[in-house]
Design a protein around this ligand. Structure first.
Ligand code: IPM
Ligand code: MG
Length: 368
């Protein structure tokens, strides 16, 4: 059998630096665990625009459709702020999500024991926190038509459309219930059914799928604004949260920051199974391209490394090896190693991006 294939798209800003550390980890699994991957690399985002005049070429898109998993760094930067909307770096990422039909975006918000002091919330509110936000990723107001800025009389009007079909809601609800069964068996669905018809449909369909297929899972519903409030008040009440594209964008940033460590959090975007049974999949850190620190060795590679751990678990059925990698990350943090984003403790000198990657690889070695 041929090796599983990975397409790596480092992207812009700190993307290439953090991805270089992931490459070390990938190579380690190839050398020490007999898990070689066929890795290819390509451009996405601003760097693709610079090279080809588009944030994602058709060739790269086609490659992404063929591989077993895509690993992405980050896209965007101030240099591209004035570009036309259609060629902005973010459009490359949105095209990947849409054309690969990656409808379920898994965003864990986990508080690492060694970092519980970094949260803006009290330690007892966040210590041990482990929630999973499932954000619908291919529909809603991000993609709904009509959209645009139009002339209406003598002024302009900006329009975006929130639109969800029953089947779009049903499939992401199933992803949430399936995942909940492997965790705390609890799902909270968030929308604004009090003001949006699409929210009423969302709530109804999630409830129907629950009653028909997952009655064993505990289901609750919350308005998304109240959900934001509850997330900051007592986040440990949640296990899995399922919500739409825009609310999920906001709530996942909020949940990530609760853990005090945006530079630590990975994500997986999953679609339907391919012919080989693996889901269409793209893995990326939750953080952005951080252009202000790009090239300075200050970036934290952990979110991107943990995104590869998610790939091991969700694409390659290697949950044990994913756990090994997660434990290696925990171990370096327990040793007190901190990249510059995690400073705050007295007398701690930051390690560089590459030093953090090397330390994680050393812990992997020690795990054998
Ligand atoms: C995210 C980001 C993206 C989004 C941007 C970069 C298009 O904020 O992945 O959360 O809004 O989905
Ligand atoms: Mg976001």
């Amino acid at each position: 059998m041929s090796n599983p294939s990975l397409l790596i798209l480092p992207g812009d800003g700190i993307g290439p630096e953090v991805m270089a550390e992931v490459r070390k980890v990938i190579d380690w699994f190839g050398a020490k665990r007999d898990m070689a991957f066929d890795v290819s690399e390509d451009l996405v985002g601003g760097c693709a625009y610079d090279a080809h005049g588009t944030p994602l070429t058709d060739e790269t898109m086609a490659k992404a459709q063929e591989v077993d998993a895509v690993l992405l760094g980050a896209v965007g930067g101030p240099k591209y702020d004035t570009l036309d909307f259609s060629v902005k770096p973010e459009r490359g990422l949105l095209r990947l999500r849409k054309e690969m039909d990656l409808y379920a975006n898994l965003r864990p918000a986990q508080c690492f024991d060694a970092l519980a002091d970094f949260s803006s919330l009290k330690k007892d509110v966040v210590a041990g926190l482990d929630i999973m936000i499932i954000r619908e990723l291919t529909s809603g107001v991000y993609f709904g038509e009509p959209r645009g800025v139009f002339k209406e009389g003598n002024e302009r009007v900006g329009i975006n459309t929130q639109r969800y079909t029953e089947s779009e809601i049903a499939r992401v609800a199933r992803s949430a219930f399936e995942l909940a069964r492997k965790r705390g068996n609890k799902v909270c669905s968030m929308e604004k059914a009090n003001v949006m018809e699409s929210g009423v449909l969302w709530r109804d369909v999630v409830q129907e799928i629950h009653d028909a297929e997952y009655p064993d899972v505990e289901l609750s519903h919350m308005y998304a604004d109240a959900g934001a409030m509850q997330l900051t008040r007592w986040p440990k009440q949640f296990d899995v949260i399922v919500t739409d594209n825009l609310f999920g964008d906001l709530l996942s940033d909020l949940a990530a920051m609760l853990t005090g460590s945006l530079g630590m959090l990975p994500s997986a975007s999953l679609g339907a199974p391919m012919a080989n049974g693996r889901p269409k999949a793209l893995y990326e850190p939750v953080h952005g391209s951080a252009p202000d620190i790009a090239g300075t060795g200050k970036a934290n590679p952990i979110a991107c490394i943990l995104s590869f751990a998610m790939a091991l678990r969700y694409s390659f059925d290697k949950g044990d090896e994913a756990t090994r990698l997660e434990e290696a990350v925990n171990a370096v943090l327990a040793d007190g190693l901190r990249t510059a984003d995690l400073l705050g403790e007295d007398g701690v000198q930051p390690v560089s991006t590459a030093e953090m990657g090397d330390a994680i690889v050393a812990k992997l070695d020690a795990s054998l």
